[in-house]
Design a protein around this ligand. Sequence first.
Ligand code: PAF
Length: 287
Amino acid sequence: VIVIHQPDQLRTFLNEARSERQRVGLVPTLGALHGGHRSLIRRAVTECDVVAVTIFVNPLQFGPAEDFQSYPRDLSADTAQADEAGAHVVLAPPVEAMFPEEPLTRVSVRGLTEPLEGWRRPGHFDGVATIVTKLFAIAGPCCAYFGEKDYQQLLLVRRVVSDLSLPVVVVACPTVREPDGLALSSRNAYMNAEERAAAPVLYWSLLAGKRAIEEHGVTNPGDVRAAMLEAASHEKRLQLDYAEVADPEDLTVPNVVSGEVRLLVAGRIGRTRLIDNVAATPPDMGG
Ligand code: PAF
């Protein structure tokens, strides 16, 4: 894999690829690559001719009390993983290359970004929307691959692309899980062994909500939440932040579960904040 550090080098590289009619795939990341990222890259490799991975710990999306300074940075390990998964080029720019001066512009998506992670992480989604728009501007027309694990982010990216007519096809990829159900995340590495053993409770909570809808025919979102909260309460190490039932397109809470919904949870185990989500579809009520 070719490793470059200047955004303009990526622009030139991908422009050349497109001039040879190659399809471009883009996998934006914060680095600390794991199996989830590798699955995004592999998917991109199957659908595109040239795949670029960006590794940039984006200061705009971290709050003042968050882990920007301590976020794991290991370019050689990341490059090895990108290479193994089949990426062709890695852009790993220093902050000064991305932001030679303090950026005054923000891309901000209303509505979608207000619930769930939105009000708990003020400024986070503006930071994500801004950097993703910038990476799309650098990369040019492409297919861009995002994991469903960050579901609210995925919806936000789709909305930025459609609202701003960006020449990007957003491809959503399923969450990759450990054998015990824990969704892969760079932040999993923050946990000690005991915390790690407790962490799958978030997934169990989602599965309890999914079972309530799909197997027990529960249609009241409050009752679905109660099932999720009950499952979450079995693990004392979890400080649950939220467990919600939401419309899969706009994240509003439905009055009744009558079609596919998204179940989303967030919580802290020790000092590690984790999020996860699954889809749930009620059984056909037509009879
Ligand atoms: O999901 C991530 O890793 C980041 O939020 C993204 C999309 C790369 C933007 O910095």
